[in-house]
Design a protein around this ligand. Structure first.
Ligand code: SAM
Ligand code: DTB
Ligand code: SF4
Length: 335
């Protein structure tokens, strides 16, 4: 097993990222094989519980009120509708259910009370419950934890240096502060970012540097490729070459060996062969279901066919134990 480090330098991460592609993939695959069950993939399902009309100016996001993207604004869903969607996701093989809201931050009002009820309800299905609701305070994180929240997703999105080019209505430090509130409440941290925002290679390395040097690594690191949406400022951005996505995944795997690296938004643009290389490079989590929050994702059946072809197996819920009890992670022998 390689050491878990929190003192990476920019130069070290750049040297990894710039390796010849197949050597990089081989090294990442070895780390992956030692730290995870090779071929096991965590399947998460996403549901947008409150859609559109968001006050923020995130340049990539179809849900920002200020861009004309055609996304229909939808108020917070009812708890029983959410529970129904979660049961269907469980029946389809998802072990984690993630609820997303187009909010800047959580307010202490009846909507938050309802989200707390949703967390309790989904938790009772024995699924890992995840939320992504924008910024939260320490107290709100504790309420979510008490309701049984397993994980909280809050992406740093890009490097600290590039952040201001993409979002002006909140700061990089605001994001880190929420991550720290989540961690302190004993909730599993899910944080990653997006490639294809017009960032330089240095920004990708900077983003991984911030994540890898957090006091504890996120348990889950989503690597999204920009889904360009008409009406957003980034609608015309050029497509990220596939080898750069593989580099990003492999580097994340090597610098954060225990994290689940999630091949997130953008899979619809990838062939099964390209996704196979991402899994080889250390990706071990996906969002399944034909919709992400507002944009399309591969059909469930085509993903299951990909699992069959590649010999991948969905990971069971709670296989890593709860982040509050780290020692109960199941041990495994490398393949
Ligand atoms: N409003 C909350 C927030 O911003 O934290 C939660 C929902 S927000 C949509 C969750 C994440 O989705 C963003 O942080 C971003 O990384 C990702 N995302 C949004 N739009 C995207 C797009 N067009 N392509 C790729 N990822 C996107
Ligand atoms: C994450 O990193 N990716 C997901 C999830 N966390 C919430 C969201 C992707 C959203 C893609 C654009 C959309 O569908 O609106
Ligand atoms: Fe709002 Fe989140 Fe979209 Fe930013 S990413 S505009 S905060 S929904």
């Amino acid at each position: 097993m390689v050491d878990i480090r929190h003192n990476w330098t920019r130069e070290e991460i750049k040297a990894i990222y710039d390796r010849p592609l197949l050597k990089l993939v081989l090294e990442a695959a070895n780390v992956h094989n030692e730290h995870h069950v090779f071929g096991e993939v965590q399947v998460s399902s996403l549901l947008s519980i409150k859609t559109g009309g968001c006050s923020e100016d995130c340049a990539y996001c179809p849900q920002a009120a200020r861009y004309q993207t055609g996304v229909k604004v939808q108020a917070l869903m009812k708890t029983d509708e959410v529970l129904e969607a979660a049961s269907a996701a469980k029946a389809g093989g998802a072990s984690r259910f993630c609820m997303g809201a187009a909010w800047r931050e959580v307010r202490d009002n009846s909507d938050f009370d309802r989200v707390i009820d949703m967390v309790k309800a989904v938790n009772s299905l024995d699924m890992e419950v995840c939320c992504t609701l924008g910024m939260i305070t320490a107290n709100q994180a504790e309420r979510l934890a008490d309701a049984g929240l397993y994980a909280y997703n809050h992406n740093i999105d890009t490097s600290e240096e590039h952040y201001g080019e993409i979002i002006s209505t909140r700061t990089f430090d605001d994001r880190l502060n929420t991550l720290s509130n989540v961690r302190k409440a004993g909730i599993s941290v899910c944080s990653g970012g997006i490639i294809g925002l017009g960032e330089k290679e240095d920004d990708r390395i900077g983003m991984l540097l911030t994540l890898a040097n957090l006091p504890e690594h996120p348990e889950s690191v989503p690597i999204n490729t920009l889904v360009p949406v008409a009406g957003t400022p980034l609608a015309e951005n050029v497509k990220v070459p596939f080898d750069e996505l593989v580099r990003m995944i492999a580097t994340a795997r090597i610098v954060m060996p225990d994290a689940a690296v999630r091949l997130s938004a953008g899979r619809l643009e990838l062939s099964v062969a390209e996704q196979a290389m991402c899994f080889m490079a250390g990706a071990n989590s996906i969002f399944a279901g034909d919709k992400l929050l507002t944009t399309p994702n591969p059909e469930f059946n085509s993903d299951m066919e990909m699992f069959r072809i590649l010999g991948l197996k969905p990971k069971a819920a709670f296989a890593d134990g709860h982040p509050k009890n780290k020692q109960n992670k199941l041990q495994h022998e490398p393949a």
